[in-house]
Design a protein around this ligand. Sequence first.
Ligand SMILES: NC(=O)C1=CN([C@@H]2O[C@H](COP(=O)(O)OP(=O)(O)OC[C@H]3O[C@@H](n4cnc5c(N)ncnc54)[C@H](O)[C@@H]3O)[C@@H](O)[C@H]2O)[C@@H](O)CC1
Ligand SMILES: [K+]
Length: 484
Amino acid sequence: MQVITSTEMAALDANCEYYGLARMQLMENAGASLANIIKQKFPQDTPVTIFAGRGSNGGDAFVAARHLAGYNVQVFLLGRGDEIKTAGARWNFSILKKAGTPIIEITDSTQIPEPDKDCVIIDAIFGTGIKGRLRPLESTAIDRINNCASKVVSVDVPSGLDPDTGDFEKAVRSNLTITFHKPKPALLRQELKTYTGELVTAPIGIPLFFERLIGKGDLERLATRKPESHKGDAGSMLIIGGGPYSGAPALCAMAALRCGVDLVHIAAPEAVSNIIASFSPNLITAALTGNHLNESDIPLLKKMIPTVDVVVIGMGLGKHPETQSALKEIIPLCKKAVIDADGLYALDFQQKNYSDIIITPHSYEFNRITELKTPENLNTRMQVVTGFAEASNTTILLKGKTDVIAKGSVAKINTTGTSSMTVGGTGDVLAGITAALFTTNDALLSACCAAFISGRAGEICHQKYGSGLTATDIIECIPEARNP
Ligand SMILES: NC(=O)C1=CN([C@@H]2O[C@H](COP(=O)(O)OP(=O)(O)OC[C@H]3O[C@@H](n4cnc5c(N)ncnc54)[C@H](O)[C@@H]3O)[C@@H](O)[C@H]2O)[C@@H](O)CC1
Ligand SMILES: [K+]
C-alpha cells in the first residue's frame, strides 16, 4: 500500500489549490467522508463528542458535525474560536455556531470534561500539523480521551502521533482512524496498532494525476536563504562548457545567478573564456587550454571540482573526441552534477560510480544515449523514463512539450512552457536553473522545480514578447516564475 508523508501531503494540497481544487473542497470531502463512515458504524442514537484543535484537522470535524444531521453532536474546541488557525476551519466553525450546534470553547485544562462513556469521540485535535512538545491543554485532552470507555474515531491520524516517524510523547488510542487520500507512514506500523485501531483510507477527491503534476507546492519545499547566511551558503557551482560555442555557458550561468545561487564559476577553453567573461561582470571565468576541452585540462578541473557544490557539464563543449575522452574522466570526480547537451554523450550508464547526477536530455538526445525510443504516449513515456532512471541510478529531466522527470520509480510531469521556447539557449537556461537549485536541494526536487520555473518564466515572457522571446528574456523572468 502506498503512503504519503506530511510534507508530500502539504505540497499536494498546495498544488491542488494552484490547479484550482480549493482547500475548502478537500476539507468538505474529508468531513463528509468522516460523517458517512460514522453513520455506517454507529446508530443515530449514539451521542457524538468532538474534541477539535485549532487547525484543519479540527476543520474536518466541524464539517462532519454538519453532515451528521440527526445525531446529537457536542463540540469541544481546545482554545477560542478566534484562535482558529486556518481559513477553512474558521469558516466551518462559524457555520456550526450559526447553526446552533452546541460548542464549548476550552481555554484551561480544568474545563476539559469527562466524556460520556456511551458516546463516540471524534479525535480532531491534530493531524499532520503536529509540531514539537505537546502543550498542557492538548496533553490533558489526550489523557481524558484515553481514560474514558467511549469508542474513539481519529481524524486523519491519532492525535499526538507523528504521522511520518510514529514518534510520540502521548497519543490518542483510537478504535478507528480515518485517514485522507493515502495512509500516512506511521499508520501502517504494526507496533502502533493500539493507537491507530482499524484503519480506513477515505478519498477526498484529489485526482491521482495531481500527484504527478509539479506545481507551487513543490516550489514551497525548496530550501530558503537564511538571514544569517554567508557567501556561498546559497550554493556554488562550476560550469564546464564552451568551446565551439561561447553563449551557452554564459546563459547557463546567468540563469543560475537569477535563480539565487551565490557563486558561479565557468571553466572554458582559453579561446572563448574572455568572450564569456565579457558578457557580464557577474561571471567568474577560468581559462582552460586550447580551443576545446581536452585531457591537459584535467589537473586544473580536479582542483576546482571539490570546491563547489554542483558541476554543470556540457553546454557548448562540442563533440571532439579529445573533449569526450576528458569528460569520461571528469564526470566521476563530481559529487553532484547536471549533465546536458554534449556532456551527455560522455556518460557510461554501465558505470555505477556516478554519485548524484541529473541529466537533462530532449527526446533526440535521450534516444541516442539510451538506445531507447521516446514514446508519444505520456504514460508509456513515463514508464520508459522511470525504467531507465531506475536502471541507471540517475535523475532524468526529459525535456519536451510535457517534461517528464524521474528518479528511481518516481515520475513527475511538468506542463508549464510555451511553443516559443524552442528558440536557442532555453536548454542552457534550464540546466542553469537545475544546477542552482541542486546546490541546496535533492536531485528530484531540483529537477522538478527547475522544469516548472523555466516553463513558467517562458509563459511570462510569451505574454510580453510572443513568439519573439529569447533565452535572455526567460532569465529575467525567473524571479517572478519562482513565486507563482
Ligand atoms: N493537506 C491536505 O490536503 C488536507 C488536510 N486536511 C486536514 O488538515 C490536517 C492538517 O491541518 P493543519 O496543517 O492545520 O494542522 P493540524 O490541524 O494537524 O494541527 C495544527 C494545530 O495544532 C496545533 N499544534 C501543533 N503542534 C502542537 C503541539 N505540540 N501542542 C499543541 N498544539 C499543537 C497548532 O498550533 C495548530 O493549531 C490534516 O491532518 C487533515 O486532517 C483535510 O482538511 C483535507 C485536505
Ligand atoms: K486527529
